[in-house]
Structure formats: C-alpha cells, structure tokens
Design a binder for this molecule. Structure first.
Ligand code: ADP
Ligand code: MG
Length: 238
C-alpha cells in the first residue's frame, strides 16, 4: 500500500497542455474516484500515475518518494482497463501467471498467488478456458485477477465497467468494493459515472478541463458542491 502525492502535475501533448498543474493527496489504503466528463483528462492523469505516460511538469510521489522516472513495475502498480487486454491465445491460468513468470518469480509463489486470486474472484471454473470462451463480465474478472496477482501497492482502474451491461456493472462494482475491503490497497478508480463514484469511493476528485474542481467525501460533494459544475455533475442522472 502507498500514499500518493501530486504536486503541480502537468501534461502537454506537443505543446498543448491538457492537465494544468494538479495538486492532490491520496492517503494510504484510500479508495479514490476520479470523475468528470469525457475528455477532461481522467485517463491521462491515471496513465501518468501508472507510468504509462511521461509527466511534462510537476512531481509524483508514492510514500513521499518521487517516482516520476520509475517504470510501472518499479512503481508497483496494477492497472485494469475498460477493454480487458487479455492475451487471447492463452488460457485464463496462463493469463494470470504470465506477468509473474516474466518477473522470474518462483513457481510455488506464482501458484499461491493464482490460487488466492481464483478464490477471491471465483475463477475456478474458467482457469483452463481461453478468453473468447468467457462472457464480458468473466473476462473483466480475469483482468482484475491479473492485477491482484501482482500484489501491487496501488490499483488503478480506468472505466473498468463501461463495456458491461447494467446488471454486470452492479455486480462487478460490488466485487471491486469487496476487494478493497479485503486487501485494503490504495485504489484510484476512473469513471464518468457519478453513481459508481458516489457508491464506491471514500474520496471523489471532480475534474473538468484538465483541472480539479473539488475534492471531498461523496456526501460533502452532494451537500456542499463548490460550484455549479460539481452540483450539476454530481446531481445529474447518467
Ligand atoms: P478522459 O479520460 O477524461 O476522457 P483523456 O485523458 O483521454 O480524457 O484526454 C484528455 C485530453 O487529452 C483530451 O483533450 C484528449 O484529446 C487529449 N489527449 C489524450 N491523449 C492524447 C494523445 N496521445 N495525444 C494528444 N492528445 C491527447
Ligand atoms: Mg478516459
């Protein structure tokens, strides 16, 4: 687990600034939702925190240690994407073990981690199947399992439910919340869905146009929105 500090975090693509110097503190073990309309910079923020995107300006720290130049593996993050990004030609078991084998982890440790993820996500019946023989919800559980086996310091989710139908969204939402309760790992969860954010997060960061409009607990944002944008975003039906 890690706390995360952002100081003046800025991103520009070819001279065009899209993230304008964001300051943010995320506590160890906290579940934080990053919300805002499409194009406001949520994915860019998450990718900078992950180490998948360079930081143009500013400082990113995990546990007060600057990580700007560290790779995702060195930062100890796991990321779950909207599109499951599973290896189609590999079984579920192999999808879970692949990354760990690349890290040259001893076999018994790999097996133990797979067993734990399998138990937590009830993946047992699917271990020998290929991704194409799974439903969307099952695939996303495998993707979450692949994030778990790395035992990251921080989990990063980028709209992980948006490819699922309404019923599966609710179910998978519950699974991710349960994971957070069981593991207690710091989680940053990107969504454009305010209902997801309100029901899952301990802290919500409302973004708009590459800036943070407000940070607060769900109830605080609901009862005391800082401005009309936050009020409209939190209050509007999806
Ligand atoms: P969100 O995830 O909130 O929908 P993004 O982080 O994907 O928003 O995008 C934020 C802004 O950055 C958008 O204006 C988008 O067009 C721009 N952007 C994102 N990725 C790139 C890129 N690789 N090159 C240029 N502009 C980009
Ligand atoms: Mg996005």
């Amino acid at each position: 687990m890690a706390s995360i500090q952002l100081k003046g975090l800025t991103k520009a693509y070819g001279g065009l600034e899209v993230i304008h110097g964001i300051d943010l503190q995320i506590d160890e073990g906290e579940f934080v939702a990053l919300v805002g309309p499409s194009g406001c910079g949520k994915s860019t923020m998450l990718r900078m925190i992950a180490g998948l995107e360079t930081i143009s300006k500013g400082e990113l720290s995990f546990d007060e240690e600057v990580v700007n130049r560290l790779t995702p593996t060195e930062r100890g993050i796991s990321m779950v994407f909207q599109s499951y990004a599973l290896y189609p030609h590999l079984s579920v078991r192999k999808n879970l073990s692949f990354g760990l084998e690349n890290l040259r982890m001893p076999r018994p440790e790999i097996e133990a981690r797979i067993a734990e993820a399998t138990r937590m996500l009830e993946l047992g019946p699917y271990l020998d199947r290929k991704p194409k023989a799974l439903s969307g919800g099952q695939r996303q559980r495998v993707a979450i399992g692949r994030a778990i086996v790395r035992q990251p310091r921080v989990f990063l989710f980028d709209e992980p439910l948006s490819n699922l139908d309404a019923k599966l969204r609710v179910q998978t939402r519950g699974e991710i919340s349960r994971l957070h309760q069981q593991l207690g790992t710091t989680m940053i969860y990107v969504t454009h869905d305010q209902v997801e954010a309100m029901t899952m997060a301990q802290k919500i960061v409302v973004m708009n146009g590459g800036r943070v409009e407000q940070v607060g607990r769900p109830l605080d944002l609901f009862e005391r929105p800082a401005n009309l944008f936050v009020a409209g975003f939190i209050g509007s039906p999806r």
